[in-house]
Design a protein around this ligand. Structure first.
Ligand code: FMN
Length: 406
């Protein structure tokens, strides 16, 4: 699956809205389709007919009332590569920062799952207002990319910071965001995902709540960035990604064997699977009867996959996860060093709104060479790209050959 090449362009009621037909023309010329959603006030500055003409797509307006498909605004804003709000009024920034959804654009933006770029544009005194600046900070804290306004003379005669950046600059930002990034081209990447199952008898097993979504998101993101990806996964109930070598395993030992056979030929391993630490010491071939089982199952330790592979790391990159409920950063850092990893993604699985079996996650990236980087709560696909940004940086920088035992 190639990266989708369609964006949402949200237009709000700022004077710079008159520049948007030209922006759309440029984006379309670059091969990027544009779905326009505009506010009622924006229609005072630029007409839906003009926007429809240059985008070639039905424009969603505040009065949109499609009886054939009342969910058109949600359907048309699915599967987008990015969204850009330009110009973004002070009014829009305030509403979005506080989750207000009283028009079609705000409603659509709240439902987005793609990266969001916002280009504030307003009078310099408005832009300098602490309320506006606070709203921008709130949005940035949630992972919204703010495209800072230029300084210069405004339509109102004032000058200062507040001008919408040039159309060329906006188009380049979007092109870079949606264009097929090929920074992992030629890299052989192994990703593990999902839980493992440790059989107790013919029908019972020990497992955990991992859904495999994080690992699958990383595998897809790496594939879309040009990597040659192998996904080694435990039992998953989500669809398997396309154009990836998928290897299905059940027990931790099988995952270990598959990894041991492939690790030597890879440039990077991302260990996102939740591998069972323990397995039953005895596995019954048939279903245990109540009286056979007694009251306890004796367990023994599974091989520690990362610790074993870390000893043969050489100059391969290893990225792991630390799912913790207590002392997150301290435990994660200790694990990073003990298992000879390059980066560890620490996540707090004690919280119900992120982590296991959830479309969102919130992690802190801990590496050997940089300060911990706390990422906001984001859809797993977006987090996957943030993790791979760090991986691509490390893969392209010269690394010490074997920091481990080699
Ligand atoms: C002529 C005129 C120009 C305006 N230009 C801007 C602007 O550049 N930026 C801004 O934040 N508000 C501007 N406003 C104010 C907004 O139009 C107003 O806050 C409106 O409620 C925004 O609605 P919307 O955010 O739903 O589009 C302007 C108003 C007028 C009358």
């Amino acid at each position: 699956m190639a990266t989708p090449q369609k964006i949402l362009l949200g237009i709000t009621g700022g004077i710079a809205a008159y520049k948007t037909p030209e922006l759309i023309r440029l984006l379309v010329k670059k091969g990027i389709a544009v779905q326009v959603v505009m506010t009622r006030t924006a229609e005072q500055f630029v007409t839906p007919v003009t926007l429809r003409s240059v985008s070639g797509e039905r424009v969603l307006t505040a009065d949109w009332n499609n009886q054939e498909d009342p969910f058109d605004h949600l359907n048309r804003t699915r599967g987008l590569a990015a969204a850009l709000i330009a110009p973004a009024t002070a009014n829009f920034l305030g509403k979005l920062a506080h989750g207000v959804a009283d028009d079609l654009l705000l409603t659509s933006v709240l439902a987005l799952e793609c990266p969001l770029f916002v280009a504030p544009s307003m009078n310099p005194r408005m832009y300098a207002n602490p309320a506006v600046q606070d709203n921008i900070r709130i949005l940035e804290g949630r992972g919204v990319h703010i495209i800072r306004p230029d300084e210069g003379e405004m339509a109102c005669g004032d000058s200062g910071a507040g001008r919408l950046p040039s159309i060329g600059h906006l188009a380049t930002v979007i092109e870079e965001a949606v264009g097929p990034t090929a920074d992992l081209k030629g890299k052989r990447i192994i990703v593990t995902a999902g839980p493992t199952e440790e059989p107790i008898d013919a029908v019972r097993f020990i497992s955990n709540r991992s859904s495999g979504r994080m690992g699958v998101a990383i595998a897809e993101a790496a594939r879309d960035r040009g990597a040659d990806v192998t996904l080694i996964h435990g039992p998953l109930s989500i669809p398997l990604p396309e154009n990836i070598t998928n290897i299905s395993v059940r027990r931790a030992q099988e995952m270990m064997d598959e990894l041991a056979a492939r690790f030597g030929g890879c440039d990077m391993l991302v260990m996102a699977a939740a591998v069972s630490d323990f397995r039953p010491s005895v596995v019954y071939d048939s279903k245990m009867k109540k009286n056979e089982a007694g009251l306890s199952i004796s367990l023994e330790q599974n091989p520690d996959i990362l610790e074993r592979l870390g000893k043969h790391k050489e100059n391969r990159l290893i990225i792991g996860f630390a799912a913790e409920t207590d002392n997150l950063l301290q435990n994660a850092r200790e694990k990073l060093l003990r298992k000879n990893m390059d980066v560890i993604c620490a996540n707090d699985v004690g919280r119900g709104d992120i982590g296991f079996d959830n479309d969102y996650n919130e992690i802190t990236l801990i590496s050997r060479t940089r300060e911990p980087l706390s990422l906001p709560r984001l859809p797993k696909r977006q987090l996957a790209d943030r993790i791979l940004d760090e991986a691509a940086r490390l893969l392209s920088s010269p690394r010490a050959a074997a920091s481990g035992q080699g």
